[in-house]
Design a protein around this ligand. Structure first.
Ligand SMILES: Cc1cc2c(cc1C)N(C[C@H](O)[C@H](O)[C@H](O)COP(=O)(O)O)c1[nH]c(=O)[nH]c(=O)c1N2
Length: 214
């Protein structure tokens, strides 16, 4: 199956207009059909040895979101302390989650023993299963964007908060917690760039030919 030029352009449009969303969420519900398409897209990510090591825990309960939000607030305070003066002040002005505003949260986990101990492709580099689960995260993010749904990855959370709130067994690795919701608009530039925290760097600085160069 060949991709037409128009389809290619649509794909890049989705990819380049994807944003990490924390503040623009609308309360509009996400239908089961839409959610299922997004989760199916995530499930079609590549995975080492075709392990498919992921689970997706879909959260819509306000009470659960509240307990996760509380965990975020604690972790965020702790995180702010790690930055020096000016940076710390700036950090405290950033909005770094949309846990309660987003109609749906999804926690992505990785079952490192899903297909046994010895896995094709993971024999030498054991972290490959975690990377596979992250591929599912990216698929989810892009599929959501193609549905005009914003996604925000919240990693300022201790695992124990998610384990307790979502009943996640200790043998599962927690990859991430994602906030999903329709948005009024997708910003053109990342939040961190618009708020002067970090800008996009020039891609040519990171491309090397033949050998790595300083
Ligand atoms: C693994 C991981 C973890 C996080 C993020 C991303 C990724 C990949 N990002 C989002 C991040 O800040 C964002 O992707 C960059 O700023 C670039 O912006 P766009 O995603 O292009 O909008 C993120 N953002 C945020 O507000 N709170 C968070 O806890 C996190 N955590």
């Amino acid at each position: 199956m060949k991709i037409t030029e128009a389809e290619r352009d649509s794909f890049y449009k989705v990819l380049f207009s994807r944003r990490d969303v924390r503040r623009e969420f609308l309360p509009t519900p996400i239908s089961d059909d839409v959610l299922n398409r997004i989760l199916l897209a995530a499930h079609h990510a590549p995975s080492v040895g075709f392990m498919q090591p992921w689970d997706f825990i879909v959260v819509s309960s306000e009470e659960t979101k509240k307990s996760i939000k509380q965990g975020f607030q604690e972790a965020n305070q702790q995180s702010a302390e790690m930055f020096e003066s000016d940076r710390k002040e700036k950090y405290q002005t950033l909005k770094l989650e949309g846990i309660e505003e987003a109609p749906i949260g999804i926690c992505l986990t990785c079952d490192r023993s899903r297909t046994g101990d010895v896995v094709l492709g993971r024999t030498i580099k054991p972290e490959m299963d975690l990377y596979s689960a992250v591929c599912a995260a990216q698929n989810l993010w892009l599929a959501a964007r193609s549905e005009n749904i914003g996604v925000g990855w919240v990693s300022i959370l201790h695992d124990k908060v998610l384990r307790k709130s979502l009943n996640i067994p200790n043998n599962l690795e927690i990859i991430g917690y994602f906030c999903l919701g329709y948005v009024e608009t997708f910003q053109e530039t990342p939040d961190l760039e618009r708020h002067g925290w970090q800008s996009r760097r020039e891609v040519n600085n990171f491309i090397h030919f033949e050998k790595w160069q300083k």
